[in-house]
Write a protein that binds this ligand. Sequence first.
Ligand code: HEM
Length: 142
Amino acid sequence: MNFDKKYLKKTWNENLEQADLIAEYFYDILFHEFEGTEELFNNTEIHFQKMEFQKAITNIINNLDDPDKVETYLKESGIRHICYGIVPKYYKTVESALFKTFEQVFKDCWSQKMKEQWQLFINFILETMKKGALEIRPDLSE
Ligand code: HEM
């Protein structure tokens, strides 16, 4: 974890009202800006999915003091995502959509430091999920 955990938690908790909107923004950005991603959720109840996504991000942030737990959680999530048809190329797409999400949600306090730290955090989430997936399915490698 090469980011400032305390800083991330602090900025998240200081902006909880905006942070609660992450999932709303995320799927809008993903579906509008990244062609072909909406189809991945054709069989998904999107309202429920948004709640699950919001819970997942909150859970990761709240558990940053326990890196092993977070890493295991993310790797297992990466493995589950194989079952949803998610191959590694999608992780880059989502990285970009998630960065834009944080940028828009935290727009009033989006400083250079915020940008750097949240980028590192997003990168950590997606790389760890991908690592989990590739450990059991190395054949999915890009
Ligand atoms: C920031 C990283 C991600 C997080 C936190 C996340 C979170 C979640 C959560 C909590 C679920 C509910 C089911 C479960 O926990 O297994 C889920 C399902 C799903 N995610 Fe993700 N995900 C991430 C990355 C991705 C990526 C890269 C894609 C590809 C575009 C994706 C597509 C899906 C799909 C298709 C489902 C299945 C929905 C269903 O049940 O029908 N996710 N995700």
